[in-house]
Design a protein around this ligand. Structure first.
Ligand SMILES: Cc1ncc(COP(=O)(O)O)c(C=O)c1O
Length: 400
């Protein structure tokens, strides 16, 4: 018998070597209690959270929590069914209405997760004879959506407009073309030149899908994302997003103005062949989305936090993923996995949680400490965070 696990042996060995030094497992942290969007108890210690994607801090919003509790009372704990059978409650429709209002778009379709939204929409739109042109650093859910639909995949160099244009030119005349982009790339926290990319895609006759998972609620005048900030939202055919970041719960969605959009509800397998979100979840999502529409002050504060942390880390001598802060994600580049894991643990001992990101999730084999800021972080917390980075950085020798 061939052991089907043998392909994981190199990873098992790498993990065992790393953990044999007594290092805390960076991928097995338990939050014993969560006090707020920015503070939790981890390993018995009060810890500042700087790796949660809870950008707008909606997880403890009193209106959001009240809506969830009310829906539990009114509708029960789950729908036990698909959206196309017994799984569409009034709350699911209200959530889709909230999205349509938020984005000022005609159609909205809610999925169980953002992962499933990409899986479903991409695989249903682009099939065997179609072409998907995508940034090479695209999220796993985008690649998995391409694979599920069996489309021809044409990757181009990260954020390179000329490379995108060249790839588009090589696609056979008359073939179906979908360009898939992200607003913010979550590993380095950099944004896409959507204005130029959407223009070249449209000129080549391609449809455009933008995943705004890490920009919704924060970037753009109304928090609609990078496409809004760069003035091209009306030229984008599909926006994908998630409820697991700024919205503060779980779920995914696609919004669009395409006149035939509603047919997707009958042909999109990751929408049809799975149970719908629990009523409490869609109630929290709808309430949160409505509140994000009036979140201008929070957006402004989050930008201040991002600028302060970026400038502070740079001044301390850390190597960062971007020259200037472009989003609420600031990536600190580590020399290698071993030192990255040591620095991660040193920060945890200081009382700070960040994400350790490693290949294959990261571009160019990088190990990163990914910091994601929250609108609820105070300026004093950002100062504290910088102090922790300084102490941990010196203790591990990452900075002098
Ligand atoms: C760009 C991007 N798209 C989609 C997703 C998936 O979202 P969800 O957590 O809702 O499955 C993520 C989550 O990490 C993401 O970063």
């Amino acid at each position: 018998m061939t052991d089907l696990f043998s392909k994981f042996d190199p990873l098992i060995e790498q993990r065992e070597t790393l953990l044999s030094t007594g290092l805390t497992d960076p991928f097995n942290l338990v939050m014993e209690r969560v006090e707020s969007p920015t503070v939790a108890i981890c390993n018995g210690r009060r810890t500042i959270l700087l790796g949660t994607y809870n950008y707008m801090g909606m997880t403890f919003d009193p209106d959001v929590i009240a809506a969830g509790k009310q829906a539990l009372d009114d509708y029960g704990s789950g729908t036990t069914g698909s959206r196309v059978l017994n799984g569409t409650y009034a709350g699911h429709k209200a959530c889709e209405e909230a999205l349509k209002t938020f984005y000022a778009m005609d159609h909205a379709m809610v999925f169980a997760t953002g992962y499933q939204a990409n899986l479903g929409i991409i695989s249903t739109l682009a099939g065997k004879d179609d072409y998907i042109v995508l940034d090479i650093d695209s999220h796993a859910s985008i690649y998995d959506g391409c694979a599920l639909g069996n489309a021809n995949i044409v990757p181009f160099r990260h954020n390179d407009v000329d490379a995108l244009e060249k790839r588009l030119r090589r696609i056979p005349e008359g073939a179906g073309k979908l360009v898939v982009l992200e607003g913010v790339y979550s590993m380095l926290g950099d944004i896409a030149p959507l204005k130029e990319m959407v223009a070249v895609s449209k000129a080549a006759g391609a449809m455009v899908l933008v995943d705004e998972a890490h920009s919704m609620g924060f970037i753009g005048e109304n928090g609609r994302g990078v496409a809004e900030a760069q003035g091209v939202i009306d030229d984008v055919d599909f926006i994908i997003g998630t409820f697991s970041k700024s919205v503060g719960t779980v779920g995914g969605f696609c919004v669009s103005n395409h006149p035939k959009f509603e047919i997707l509800r009958l042909v999109c397998r990751p929408y049809v062949f799975t149970a719908s979100l629990p009523p409490s979840v869609v109630a929290t999502a709808a309430t949160s989305i409505a509140k994000l529409m009036t979140g201008a002050d929070k957006r402004a504060h989050l930008w201040q936090n991002s600028q302060k942390l970026h400038a502070g880390l740079k001044a301390l001598g850390f190597t960062l993923g971007t020259e200037t802060p472009q989003s609420a994600i600031i990536a600190v580049i580590m020399p290698n996995l071993e030192q990255g894991a040591l620095m991660w643990e040193a920060l945890l001992k200081e009382g700070l949680y960040v994400n350790l990101a490693r290949p294959p999730a990261t571009p160019a084999n990088m190990t990163l400490l990914r910091c994601s800021l929250c609108a609820e972080h105070t300026a004093a917390q950002v100062d504290q965070i910088l102090g922790m980075f300084e102490a941990a950085g010196r203790a591990t020798g990452i900075i002098d």
